[in-house]
Each structure stands twice: as structure tokens, then as C-alpha cells.
Design a protein around this ligand. Structure first.
Ligand SMILES: CC(C)(COP(=O)(O)OP(=O)(O)OC[C@H]1O[C@@H](n2cnc3c(N)ncnc32)[C@H](O)[C@@H]1OP(=O)(O)O)[C@@H](O)C(=O)NCCC(=O)NCCS
Length: 166
């Protein structure tokens, strides 16, 4: 039986366990652009800056620990300021229980409320689970970058997906 999971905006008390979860998923080497988490200090600065600006960043919390997140971070350049970049992940034991769907739905609502008009992301071509999730929430494939990723001597294509808020 999965322990209860609540989804809340990230706060200072979440930073340590967020960093641990980010590091765990990064070290799976299959999903994220990171192969390990950035140093704690830069992750702390990153989260505190998101909180200060009110950027959409939700965390899934179980027994007080962050076990997943979904953020939609606005692009700093004025001509792209209406665009947010989405990132999402859960620890393995919490996957396939509908939590990813709850996270992305709440993050997209927060992005819309923040005033973003477009959300985009990149996903590895082999990550069919994530691609299915994104399609389910209205993202469409907008492009492909061939051999964009090289991990462990293996090349992978990167897919670009986007969603427009009507
Ligand atoms: C991608 C991820 C966040 C999905 O979260 P999740 O909680 O497992 O997904 P859910 O259980 O909410 O399922 C939502 C939808 O995702 C898709 N999906 C999830 N697991 C799937 C699976 N094993 N096979 C196929 N589709 C799947 C389906 O479309 C599903 O909709 P459905 O339940 O109506 O079939 C999660 O698998 C994960 O953390 N993966 C590793 C990190 C990652 O890939 N991040 C994205 C990098 S771009």
C-alpha cells in the first residue's frame, strides 16, 4: 500500500529531500539532463529564487519527504517571457500510481495562473512513458534533435514538445 502523497508548492523545508530525489533520478542516467544533482548550494539557490519569484514549482511529499516534483520555469528573455519549461520526475517506487498526472495537472494550472501562455519541454526519444504522459495532457511533438544526447557511449535523439494555453 502506497503511503499518502500530498502535492504542494515547494518551500524551504523541502530543499534537502528535493535535492536527494533529484540526485537519485539523475543517477538513473535514463531520464534527466543531469547525471547527478548539482551541488546542494546551487540547488538551494535555485529553489529559493523560484520561491522568491513565485515560479510554478510543485513537489509531491510523502512522510515529510519530497518524492517527486514538477516545475514550469519561465524563460528570462523578454521575448520568451510568456513561455515556461516543464520538468517532472518521481522516485521509482512512487511511479505508476497516478501521482505524475496529479503533479503535471497542478503544475500546468499554476503555470496558467502565473500568466504563461506556452509550456515546452524536451524528452528523450526512448522515454515512452513520459511522452505518453505529456501527450495525455495536451503536449504535441514539435521537433526532433538527432543524437542530441550521449550517455555511456550511446547516442539518443531528443524530442521537443509544446503546449499552448488557449
Ligand atoms: C514520467 C513520470 C513522471 C510519470 O509519472 P507516473 O506517476 O508514473 O504516471 P501516472 O501513473 O500518473 O500515469 C499518467 C500517464 O502517464 C503515462 N504512463 C505512466 N506510466 C506508464 C507506463 N508504465 N507505460 C505507459 N504509459 C505510462 C500514461 O499515459 C498514464 O496515463 P494512464 O494512467 O491514463 O494510462 C514517471 O514515470 C517518472 O518519474 N519517470 C522518471 C523521470 C522522467 O522520465 N521524467 C521526465 C523526463 S522528460
Amino acid at each position: 500500500m502506497l503511503p499518502s502523497v500530498e502535492i504542494v508548492p515547494i518551500a524551504q523545508e523541502h530543499i534537502e529531500s528535493f535535492h536527494r530525489s533529484l540526485d537519485f533520478v539523475a543517477r538513473e542516467r535514463r531520464y534527466l539532463a543531469f547525471l547527478e544533482a548539482p551541488p546542494f548550494e546551487s540547488t538551494q539557490a535555485f529553489v529559493l529564487d523560484n520561491i522568491k519569484h513565485g515560479y510554478p514549482q510543485l513537489v509531491a511529499v510523502s512522510s515529510g519527504e519530497v518524492i517527486g516534483w514538477c516545475d514550469v520555469l519561465p524563460n528570462p528573455r523578454p521575448i520568451y517571457a510568456h513561455v515556461g519549461v516543464l520538468g517532472i520526475a518521481l522516485l521509482p517506487e512512487f511511479r505508476r500510481h497516478g501521482i505524475g498526472g496529479r503533479l503535471i495537472r497542478q503544475a500546468l494550472d499554476a503555470a496558467r495562473d502565473f500568466g504563461l501562455r506556452r509550456v515546452e519541454l524536451t524528452v528523450r526519444e526512448n522515454n515512452t512513458v513520459a511522452i505518453e504522459l505529456y501527450k495525455k495532457y495536451g503536449f504535441i511533438i514539435e521537433g526532433l534533435q538527432r543524437n542530441r544526447i550521449l550517455v555511456d557511449d550511446g547516442y539518443e535523439n531528443l524530442i521537443l514538445m509544446g503546449l499552448l494555453f488557449e
